[in-house]
Design a protein around this ligand. Structure first.
Ligand code: 8BR
Ligand code: GLC
Length: 492
């Protein structure tokens, strides 16, 4: 299909999905909400930070590739790496000194709802989904203020042994402190010069400094666990994220195994009484490889239906699953990277026993789905186009206040570059007899043991911010899928 035809399909997909969104009863969203302190790092800012900690020190530390921020040199080194590669990353910090140092040396531009679950909850509430049941284990007063004020957004609380759903504004814990992450956004073309290094930022992206105070637990009270099945009638599916916060060891002797067990228990409870309930997990950048592997092998494997991730996250996932070469090919800049991405998606689908894997990249999405998933490839494609439209709206405005505002994404043109990038994949698949050129052109491929859906996407040349776009994409597509599944089940 040429770009014009794609544009038409986009409009049809967006209006089609918009019309059926209210068929969904609700979505359960957990675990991570936080406050994002967003700072756009200019050329002046980065050079100032480098000069404060010393250029030589930054150069040395960058070579060591710190996976945790223990001091300001770690921070500036990881920022320089992210800017050099134009890649998104999230690095944890366990000390409050990092926040203090950032506050002393920089002023953030704005504070917004952050965390995958927080961003997704607000998005779905603004889109008008009937019930968005959001859960964050650390709902402080400050955090609660970042939730949108709509009656469809609800937070589960236990009152005298009874489950009540209240708006987060009426449900916070007065003794809880907020979790604040720093989002250091940078723009393509920013020139950086220090020690012997000189580079230009290749694309807009950001580094996230994720605060991990010791009270952070991916958890739920026993009482609430017991009550989860009572929410079943109200929700069609769940979107879960934040597992990256699980630590190998805790001060009180608990280990990651305890929290993995709890995480799986929640999924099992959600499915109790409705085994067909779809669970989506939004993956992220996870520095600790033990945790990354455990999340995939012990939480996602067999328990989850749908996984959303970006290209770097695909490489990271493949890496811990023992596919180092493929992982390397995915992040290489060569022409094989897109075919490696597809092969990687198939590996994740099969090895993790998923029903759907949705990979988003700048300019195109690749989604593989199991053949027995009860939707057609065209329906899967509509879900992707709906989500790309929302992503464009998010990049345009920095947020989506309503379905109407989401629709403004349709005005953003489809990326020609993304459309062209897909040709590499087409050649690869046609050469291997996976599909014909015509099938690929439509973005709908029924391969031997999986479906493949590819679309070129809408890209905003000057995005307001990039943080949260991935969450919008995955949540938008998954919710569209829930709506179509609901419509199908009603028709039967
Ligand atoms: P993560 O947050 O999971 O890394 O996802 C970011 C996603 O946002 C990318 O995969 C890309 O699809 C999308 N995106 C980015 Br980055 N910049 C965008 C832009 N300017 N317009 C539309 N989508 C964008
Ligand atoms: C991660 C970060 C959070 C950010 C979100 C955006 O969850 O911890 O700060 O808002 O990603 O996707």
């Amino acid at each position: 299909m040429d770009i014009e035809e794609w544009e038409e399909r986009y409009s049809m997909a967006f209006s089609g999905i918009s019309e059926i969104l209210d068929s969904i009863n609700g979505v359960f969203v957990a675990y991570n909400s936080n406050v994002d302190a967003i700072k756009h790092v200019s050329e002046k800012d980065i050079h100032k930070l480098i000069s404060i900690v010393g250029a030589k020190a930054v150069q040395q530390r960058a070579a060591e590739y710190p996976r945790e921020i223990q001091d300001p040199v770690d921070l500036v080194a990881r920022l320089v790496i992210a800017m050099r590669d134009g890649k998104a990353a999230e690095v944890p910090t366990y000390t409050t000194d990092t926040h203090k140092w950032l506050m002393d040396n920089m002023v953030f531009d704005k504070a917004r709802m952050g965390g995958q679950a927080g961003i997704i909850s607000n998005l779905l509430a603004n889109l008008g989904i009937n019930n968005v049941i959001t859960y964050v284990p650390w709902l402080s007063k400050e955090q609660a203020e970042y939730f949108v004020d709509t009656p469809n957004l609800k937070y589960p609380v236990m009152e005298n042994g009874v489950l009540k759903l209240k708006h987060p504004h009426d449900a916070f814990d007065v003794n809880q402190r907020p979790k604040v992450n720093w989002i250091l956004e940078f723009s393509k073309g920013t020139k950086v010069e220090y020690a012997e290094e000189v580079f230009e930022v290749p694309r807009d992206n950001r580094l996230i400094i994720s605060s991990r105070p010791s009270w952070l637990r991916i958890d739920m009270s026993e009482q609430l666990y017991d009550q989860i099945p009572h929410m079943n009638g109200m929700v069609d599916g769940a979107i879960l994220a934040g597992y990256q916060m699980i630590k190998e060891k805790y001060e009180d002797g608990a280990t990651y195994r305890d929290y993995v067990r709890k995480a799986v228990k929640v999924i099992k409870r959600l499915k109790e009484g409705s085994p067909d309930m779809r669970i989506h997990v939004e993956f992220t950048s996870i520095q600790n490889k033990v945790i990354r592997k455990t999340i995939l092998k012990d939480i996602v494997y067999k328990h989850v239906s749908s996984l959303g991730l970006d290209t770097v996250e695909v490489a990271n996932a493949l890496n811990v699953l023992g596919h180092e070469e493929l992982a390397y090919a995915v992040i290489s800049k060569g022409e094989n990277s897109i075919s490696a991405l597809y092969e990687g998606a198939v590996k994740l689908l099969c090895e993790l026993k998923l029903e759907r894997v949705h990979i988003h990249s700048l300019g195109f999405y690749v989604c593989v789905a199991s053949r027995d998933f009860p939707l057609t490839v065209e329906e899967h494609r509509d879900a992707l186009m709906f989500s790309s439209t929302l992503a464009a709206a998010q990049a345009l405005h920095g947020g989506i206040g309503s379905l109407k505002e989401g629709e403004t994404g349709l005005s953003v043109p489809i990326s020609e570059r993304g459309h062209n990038d897909l040709e590499q994949l087409e050649k690869y698949l046609v050469r291997r007899d996976v599909c014909t050129g015509a099938e690929f052109e439509d973005g709908c491929v029924c391969a031997l043991n999986h479906d493949l859906i590819v679309i070129p996407t809408k890209v905003v040349p000057d995005p307001v911010a990039t943080v949260g776009i991935g969450d919008t994409i995955s949540a938008g597509a998954f919710t569209a899928i829930l709506a179509m599944l609901r419509k199908k089940s009603e028709a039967n």
